[in-house]
Ligand binder design. Structure first.
Ligand code: HEM
Length: 452
């Protein structure tokens, strides 16, 4: 017997706005608390809308795997930015694009991108020599954003952004996304056509991004056949039935999507790792010992990575504590049963890796940083759907292996050359914007290894 949707427990909100102010205020703390209080499926009234937060791994399995076709994406705030790209599209269109783009993420192809990742990291570390010498605090999040942005542009689109371009584009992306993410929980917003300062800035940012993306596409059309990367696949693809090429707008949507999805998430995770290690000396020592034994100071290659298990465990545990995609949602096409409840067609279900990664039944002492949770024996014993930084099922992240390799290469490069430490009085906590990033005082100190 299932209960109706009205029986799903949840906090009582205020008239008109529901719990929206609490979700906007401190969503992470709020969502973890309501899981403890109301259980595995919680009703959240946001005024005019109601959302159901599904937390239990069994529900994650149902939504993302068993009945995934019944749970579609609807991210209206992202429509203008990402259009019909892979993250935001659905149905047959999504499937065709996913099949087309999947080969760009084949593991052998990704392994060939390692040298670009290492080269870009070397250039960043060369800059850090100056920071270390002059004892200048480093904005770690910003450094990681620049690095991962340059890597995604070179590996996927076969071109380089200079530093000024990377700065401008990175900032425009960031502002646009955070603006869009902020719209999710608003109970009211001025229409896009109104010339509010926020709307005008958003327009300017979007225009800059589009100019950059269309330029990349145009350059590639003029040099078609000279590259072997994702952009080449997009520009040369032809529909199997009609023989038609992809429209410039569709290529623009995919390029924007990969550019967006492919750098900020990884940058945030790398920043978190450095912040966490700064407070967990034992883990840092273990990492350094592993690097010393396997690498002895040289740069890593993809072939070294299986010999660096602790390196991977630290990354996995960081993605558990601070999953960049801390919340996402789906809309039901037809009614479905989740746990003891029947949800109707049209219901909006939210999934929060941040909350599921803290479920007390699967993650004892969930707030503590403990890479040992990711020893293979521990992983085997855990519910597979209790750990979802990349989501699971057919719509899981297409770039998961790319991101994992990138982080596994960059981390030893940084730590073999530099000590990265917290600056006393600079507090860091998770800031839930478009992704979950460390802030507000993300600066850290870097010192050459072996120097005071
Ligand atoms: C630590 C790094 C990353 C994390 C935690 C992450 C996380 C995620 C998550 C949770 C989703 C599902 C979103 C949803 O269902 O709404 C997703 C989808 C996606 N990600 Fe990632 N991602 C990362 C890196 C990357 C990279 C490096 C790329 C590209 C090079 C990428 C490209 C994509 C794309 C295209 C999708 C949509 C896939 C589809 O629906 O078919 N991601 N990612």
């Amino acid at each position: 017997m299932t209960a109706p949707v009205s029986a799903i427990p949840g906090p009582r909100g205020l008239p008109v706005v529901g719990v929206a102010p609490r979700l906007l205020g401190d969503p992470l703390e709020f969502m973890v608390r309501i899981q403890r209080h109301y259980g595995d499926l919680v009703r959240l009234s946001l005024g005019r809308h109601t959302m159901y937060l599904a937390i239990h791994p069994d529900m994650i399995k149902r939504i993302t795997q068993e009945n995934w076709k019944n749970y579609i994406k609807r991210y209206p705030a992202m429509d203008e930015i990402l259009g019909q790209g892979l993250v935001t599209s659905n149905g047959a269109h999504w499937l065709r694009q996913r099949r087309l783009m999947q080969p760009a993420f084949h593991h052998q192809r990704i392994a060939r991108m390692a040298s670009i990742m290492v080269e870009e990291a070397e250039q960043m570390l060369a800059r850090w020599e100056t920071y270390a010498r002059t004892r200048q605090p480093v904005d770690i999040q910003h450094e990681m954003m620049l690095l991962t942005q340059k890597i995604i542009v070179r590996t996927m689109f076969g071109t380089s952004l200079n530093n000024d371009e990377a700065e401008a584009v990175g900032k425009a992306f960031n502002d646009t996304l955070n603006w869009a993410a902020g719209q999710q929980f608003r109970w009211w917003q001025p229409p896009r056509s109104w010339p509010t300062p926020g709307n005008l800035q958003y327009r300017r940012n979007l225009e800059l991004l589009e100019r950059t993306v269309y330029r990349l596409i145009e350059e590639r059309r003029q040099h078609q056949g000279e590259h072997d990367d994702l952009l080449e696949m997009l520009v040369t693809a032809r529909d199997a039935d009609t023989g038609e090429q992809m429209s410039p707008k569709q290529i623009r949507d995919e390029v924007m999507t990969i550019f967006l999805a492919g750098h900020e998430t990884t940058a945030g995770t790398l920043s978190w790792i450095l912040h966490l290690l700064a407070h967990h000396g034992e883990s840092e020592r273990k990492l350094r010992a592993e690097y010393a034994t396997v690498l002895g100071g040289r740069n890593p290659t993809p072939a070294d990575l299986p010999q660096l298990p602790y390196n991977r465990m630290v990354i996995d545990e960081t993605l558990r504590l601070y999953p960049p995609t801390w919340i996402l949602s789906r809309v039901l096409v037809e009614a479905d049963t989740l746990g003891d409840y029947e949800l109707p067609a049209g219901a909006v279900v939210a999934l929060s890796p941040y909350v599921t990664h803290r479920h007390p039944d699967f993650w004892p002492n969930a707030e503590s940083f403990d890479p040992e949770r990711f020893r293979p024996t521990a992983i085997e014993q855990r519910h597979k759907f209790a750990y979802i930084p990349f989501i699971t099922g057919p719509r899981q992240c297409i770039g998961n292996n790319f991101a994992l390799m990138e982080m596994q290469l960059i981390l030893p490069m940084i730590l073999q050359h530099f000590r990265v430490s917290a600056i006393p009085g600079y507090p860091v906590r998770p800031i839930p914007r478009a992704t979950l990033r460390p802030g507000p005082m993300q600066w850290m100190e870097v010192r050459r290894v072996g120097e005071g």
